[in-house]
Design a protein around this ligand. Structure first.
Ligand code: FAD
Length: 414
């Protein structure tokens, strides 16, 4: 088999790149298997680029870089079990369109829907909702192409294998297909408003408990929400860049059977049409899952840091909720959490800021998002993830030559 010459690959945000020797875009699982076998014969490492929406070096390789963009679509539907088989390269947006026609919805979604389903689900991507676990919890099975070209079928009959593979950051093989648990189609009623920080803190528990989804952005300056493309609320936008605003853009969403309507900051529509926000690639994000108990204290500490020390950091804090789950490498492993994210502004030296945020969030035993910037090393992973040793042992058994590693994931999970 001849491989296509590779070249420069960059992620969406532009903060990660690699020069792959070869690239490949298989159009079937069989072709994917042939490519992986050939890469193994040539002693090349193999990584997959989903949509490149991770900020961490989880994709790059100097070996064979695959795109599964040609493995698209819904391969099967089990109406009784409410499960779908979806090709690994399918974008979440397209899954939503297909599910709407089938009368189903994803259980939850994040802020964007442009990711490839395998890339998003298996890094522990999450939305917000105090009772809703991360997206990987919906994975009921998958097909994993191994270095020798065989296919490991994960179908839930071996629960431990399922929990190991739900969040694997591409290290257990190449996923060609996922089986996802979905639910009956639902509409969401979204309500966005603006409030001051202390009111937000006072209402934190009540809003989280009484809505299927609640989350907020804290914006240190009136302009900061525009940097993140957060929809404006009804208030007139202000233009000062002084850190005086202390404003939270609050958002709740609930399932409703009311008919769709379309007003700017209150909207009812099919689930997948409500979740996504528009973003432009202008920030480099760090995000940690903080134990729920410490959420308010953590956001206060980071806010103080931004107001007192890092006055040039004006991208908002995003604050969301995620329920604990059992996946071995889930940032929410057995831990109900809030997620707190901050962003480094491209063009400024943001490392001291991100290190300071990291120091604060570490105090609470927080676990980083695998796809967002963090400072974890091998020892941290070992300390934070009780099933880390089991994961490593399984990974080494399945891929003893480390074909599916790069330097970054080898350090964390090798
Ligand atoms: C603007 C923006 C908004 C975001 N919003 C959210 C959010 O709301 N919630 C949240 O939790 N995260 C969010 N993220 C992070 C994002 O969801 C994750 O980083 C996700 O992993 C990106 O998916 P991707 O398809 O781009 O995967 P990539 O970044 O391309 O890849 C991620 C990992 O998956 C591996 N991979 C991809 N496909 C396969 C496959 N078929 N088999 C094996 N391994 C594979 C890759 O090798 C890599 O290790 C956001 C990121 C951006 C840039």
């Amino acid at each position: 088999m001849q491989f296509e010459k590779g070249g420069l690959w960059r992620n969406w945000a532009g903060n990660q790149s690699c020069i792959a020797r070869y690239k490949g875009s298989p159009n079937s699982e069989d072709q994917l298997r042939e490519m992986v076998v050939e890469a193994d014969r040539r002693d090349l490492n193999v990584r997959v680029a989903g949509s490149g929406h991770s900020f961490t070096p989880v994709v790059g390789t100097g070996g064979l870089l695959l795109s599964l963009a040609e493995l698209q679509g819904i391969n099967g539907v089990d109406t009784a079990k409410k499960q779908i088989n979806v090709a690994a390269g399918t974008r979440i947006h397209d899954v939503g369109i297909a599910l709407k026609k089938l009368g189903f919805s994803l259980v939850n979604q994040g802020d964007i829907d442009s990711q490839a389903v395998a890339g998003a689900f298996t890094t522990g991507t999450h939305g917000t909702g105090i009772k809703l676990p991360c997206l990987a919890s919906s994975i009921a099975g998958m097909r994993l192409v191994q270095a020798d070209g065989s296919v490991l079928v994960v179908d839930g009959s071996d629960r431990e294998l399922l929990l190991a593979s739900q969040v694997s950051v591409g290290t257990l093989g190449i996923i060609s297909e996922l089986t996802l648990q979905v639910m009956d189609a639902y509409n969401l009623h979204e309500h966005v408003w603006r409030d001051d920080f202390e009111t937000c803190m006072k209402r934190h528990d009540e809003l989280a408990a009484n809505h299927r989804h609640f989350g907020f952005f804290w914006c240190p300056t009136p302009q900061s929400r525009h940097l993140y493309c957060i929809a404006d609320t009804a208030d007139a936008p202000r233009t000062s860049t002084k850190k005086t605003a202390d404003v939270c853009e609050m958002k709740v969403m609930d399932i409703t059977d009311k008919p769709p309507m379309d007003t700017p900051f209150e909207k009812i529509a099919y689930s997948s049409e409500i979740y996504p926000i528009e973003y432009v690639p202008n920030f480099h994000e760090l995000e940690y899952a903080v134990p729920l108990l410490h959420g308010k204290e953590a956001v206060r500490a980071v806010r103080e840091l931004m107001l007192r020390k890092h006055t040039n950091c004006i991208f908002p804090i995003e604050y969301r909720f995620t329920a604990g789950d059992a996946a071995w490498l889930s940032p929410f492993h057995n831990q109900d959490s809030i997620t707190l994210s901050v962003s480094g502004q491209p063009g400024i030296d943001y490392w001291e800021y991100l290190h300071d945020v990291d120091s604060i969030l570490r105090r609470y035993g927080s676990r980083p998002h695998w796809g967002k910037m963090h400072f974890l090393d091998t020892d941290d992973v070992t300390a934070l993830y009780p099933r880390h040793g089991d994961f490593r042992a399984l990974r080494r058994k399945l891929d003893p030559k480390g074909r599916f590693l790069n330097d970054h994931v080898r350090m964390l999970l090798g």
